[in-house]
Design a protein around this ligand. Structure first.
Ligand SMILES: [Zn+2]
Length: 45
């Protein structure tokens, strides 16, 4: 049986990516924001 260490588990999580332009989103961004700052600012207009 393989034991997964918590550190390895979190490292294997897929990084969040903007569906509009594919830019990797900083994980510090609030989780409900699905798009990067660039696309969000475009959407406001
Ligand atoms: Zn984007």
């Amino acid at each position: 049986m393989q034991i997964i260490k918590p550190k390895e588990f979190f490292r294997n999580l897929p990084s969040k990516q903007c569906p509009e332009c594919g830019t990797h989103i900083n994980e510090q961004v609030e989780s409900y924001l699905m798009e990067c700052d660039h696309c969000l600012s475009k959407r406001d207009e």
